[in-house]
Design a protein. Structure first.
Length: 288
């Protein structure tokens, strides 16, 4: 079953959060609506972790990227792919196991193939997204490395230059943040993110945080959005100014009297029940 929507309604960071939270496996496809022809972006995930990305479905994206770096001849790569690398297994790991690539090569390939592409995808606003579950993963496009979807979100948002596509998603400057985590964090926050994280008590507004840290309010809103999107914090409204006051008038005399009568009646009943309990077993004497 495929799930379809638009990034104007649900941003890509929010989509990533849902994918990781649900530990989904499948293919996320993005198509920029305003582009002609519509440029597709494909992201494969396994149990909530991003394992590959490409803009083609012929399983030649990673191969083309390896050829660009010229770490090994095209003939050797072609032979290994044909004879030694099973179709469903990660190509990067296969080439590493045969001594063709090193771990650092795989990291560089993953950085260019996945992380840089996600940074570009975050700038899409009117794109349509489709998520198909339980799609077979393309071993030929996989380095063997992966990253949690929300961690990719943090990394992508840190380098995002133009936030206009996410402007309407940013939290209100007068709102605060409250932590959703009671245990140790599993994310690697940078120094500024840590500073803002220290204010996730739900008592200080983003505007005040910006003032105390001497940061632009837009920067604080952007980091707050990142913390919210990856599930580390929630936006909470804060009271601004004083609540309107209203004069309090005394109760009418009639109601006050009725209240006193009711109180006396309840007291009388309690005393009467106590009297009955205390005198239940006593014999009754009758004078002669």
């Amino acid at each position: 079953m495929a799930i379809t929507g638009y990034l104007s309604d649900l941003s890509l960071p929010e989509v990533f959060h849902l994918i990781e939270q649900g530990k989904k496996t499948g293919l996320l496809t993005l198509r920029a609506a305003l582009a002609s022809p519509a440029i597709p972006y494909y992201i494969w995930v396994y149990q909530g972790r991003i394992v590959a990305a490409a803009n083609r479905l012929d399983s030649q994206g990673l191969v083309a990227l390896i050829k660009q770096y010229k770490w090994v001849s095209d003939r050797v790569v072609a032979k290994l792919i044909q004879w030694c690398c099973p179709t469903g297994k990660p190509l990067g790991l296969c080439l590493k196991n045969h001594g063709v690539l090193q771990t650092e090569h795989l990291k560089q390939l993953f950085q260019v193939q996945v992380l840089q592409q996600i940074g570009i995808m975050f700038q899409l606003k009117d794109a349509q997204f489709t998520f198909e579950q339980n799609v077979l993963l393309p071993g030929r496009e996989m380095t063997g490395l992966s990253i949690p979807a929300t961690e990719a979100t943090l990394m992508g948002l840190r380098v995002l230059r133009h936030w206009h596509t996410l402007a309407d998603k940013l939290p209100d400057p007068n709102s605060g943040l409250i932590s959703t985590k009671t245990s140790q964090l599993h994310y690697r926050l940078d120094p500024i993110e840590w500073q803002i994280w220290e204010y996730t008590k739900g008592t200080v507004s983003l505007k005040m945080i910006a003032r105390e840290l001497r940061l632009p309010i837009e920067k604080v809103q952007q980091i707050a959005f990142a913390l919210i999107t990856v599930g580390l914090a929630e936006e909470v409204p804060l009271l601004v100014g004083n609540l309107p006051t209203q004069s309090v008038e005394p109760l009418p005399a009639q109601l006050t009297e009725e209240s006193e009568i009711q109180t006396l009646s309840q007291s009388f009943v309690q005393n009467f029940m106590s009297f009955l309990r205390n005198n239940k077993a006593k014999p009754i004497s009758v004078g002669t």
